[in-house]
Design a protein. Structure first.
Length: 271
């Protein structure tokens, strides 16, 4: 069979027809399908040139995109290649996927693995979602990085928060870099001097009294590291915000925790 290449308009009805040729393929990922379908519903889907591939009688590649078309009810444009030998199936999908960190690096940013993680956390926070509330596209991560990068010394800058977290790590590695950087940026949006002082005291312990919020959090994090309690990043993120709020209110505290079971607490908001 001759190999052909065409750009086609894929409707939900046509996607269903194509999926009837989806035999002996890998299991689908519900998370990936939802991710793609959400993009299609919002009109954010773009034709990248990545093809949907058929042999003479079988769908070889593109099942997630086709299922997403059906579930979203959207119509997309896609490159469709036909006439590939069935034996080529085992060689498909082995290329390295371009990550958000790669896109940030191409755009000229540094420390891109950390920066990509921080962009996602900060955007989820400001959008009122939970810690890992949304899976962001590479383009969204780039737009967030650009939006939260300011040139003024008086404005918070997400890139500077990432740099600051790395610097603090050399003093004491008591929390994940992405949590330190994201909370530093969030707090800097309220007060840059106070955010810097808060993080400095938390990581050095200098000048802290027994019931200062920073000392209580610092000891909790050190204990977590020693005991390998493995508090989740989302839980530690919430502890940071509760500690910051205590400092801003001038409170002294005896313990610091987030109630997750039963009458669970709402996600804390920095003040």
């Amino acid at each position: 069979m001759k190999t052909t290449t065409h750009i086609e308009t894929i409707t939900p009805e046509l996607a269903s027809v194509y999926l009837s040729l989806n035999t002996n393929n890998r299991p689908t990922s519900k998370r990936q399908i939802k991710f793609l379908a959400d993009q299609m519903k919002c009109g954010q889907w773009k034709m990248t040139g990545e093809p949907i591939i058929f042999s003479e009688d079988r769908l070889l590649d593109g099942q997630h995109r086709l299922v997403a078309v059906v579930e979203s009810g959207a119509t997309i444009q896609a490159l469709v290649v036909r006439g590939i030998d069935n034996s080529a199936f085992t060689s498909m999908g082995v290329s390295k996927t371009r990550a958000a960190s790669d896109v940030l690096s191409i755009a000229g940013f540094a420390n891109t693995n950390r920066l990509a993680a921080v962009c996602r956390i900060v955007d989820n926070y400001f959008s009122g979602r939970n810690f890992r509330g949304k899976r962001h596209t590479n383009e969204e991560v780039l737009l967030i990085a650009q939006q939260y990068t300011k040139n003024s010394l008086l404005s918070p800058c997400i890139v500077e928060s990432v740099k600051n977290a790395y610097r603090l790590r050399t003093k004491a590695s008591i929390a994940p870099d992405a949590v330190v950087a994201s909370t530093h940026y969030i707090f800097s949006c309220l007060s840059i001097p106070e955010a810097n002082l808060f993080m400095e005291k938390l990581h050095t312990g200098v000048g802290l009294k027994e019931d200062d919020p920073e000392r209580v959090l610092r000891e909790r994090l050190i204990k977590n590291s020693i005991m390998k309690a493995n508090l989740s990043d989302g839980y530690i993120f919430a502890l940071f915000i509760k500690c910051w709020n205590g400092r801003r209110k001038g409170q002294t505290i005896k313990q610091l925790r987030v109630r997750e079971e039963g009458n669970a607490e709402a996600a804390p908001i920095a003040i």
